[in-house]
Design a binder for this molecule. Structure first.
Ligand code: PNS
Length: 163
């Protein structure tokens, strides 16, 4: 059986925490598709294309990433999953406070598409507090991003916030 999992998220931008989850997913499934949610109503720092490009740059030299592809979608995640014939969604859970939102989202997705399951992965402990929103705040105030995001992402953030 060929297993395909989607790893959906905003990835605005991708962090070391996301990359940790992605590596775990890549080791568990035959194929992983990182699916960047693009929602015109939701304000994001990076466009869909920019977020996809940053993720691709981050995994380009990773030997564990051979079975990973990156794409973007607009609309309902379960519709995108059905289109790709994916039966599994991967979400990272950092702490208990994430769980309420994740549980609600997983149950909603299950109501919409009972054949699609969400599995939760925990990152390594050192990444449990990293979030894209805190990363953006650090970038806004020109702080040191080196332990939160790879260099290409830090550079892209600096460029955005200098403007
Ligand atoms: O990284 P995030 O912002 O926590 O990811 C949330 C995301 C993008 C996975 C979620 O908002 C989503 O699936 N959006 C697409 C619209 C949708 O399907 N909504 C219903 C899910 S409850």
């Amino acid at each position: 059986m060929h297993t395909l999992a989607l790893y959906p998220g905003s990835f605005d931008p991708i962090t070391y925490g996301h990359l940790d989850i992605l590596e775990r997913a890549a080791n568990l499934f035959d194929q992983v598709k990182v699916t960047v949610a693009v929602n015109k109503e939701k304000r994001s720092v990076f466009t869909g294309d920019e977020r996809v490009a940053l993720i691709n740059e981050c995994i380009a030299d990773k030997e564990w990433a051979a079975n990973i592809e990156v794409d973007q979608f607009t609309g309902l995640l379960v519709n995108h999953a059905k289109k790709l014939k994916a039966k599994t969604l991967v979400r990272g859970v950092r702490q208990i406070s994430d769980f309420e939102y994740e549980f609600r989202m997983a149950l909603t997705n299950k109501r919409l598409a009972p054949e699609v399951d969400t599995i939760f992965l925990m990152p390594a402990e050192e990444f449990t507090f990293i979030s894209a929103s805190l990363v953006k705040e650090i970038a806004y105030w020109d702080g040191d991003l080196s332990s939160f995001v790879p260099n290409n992402v830090a550079a892209a953030l600096k460029e955005k916030f200098q403007k």
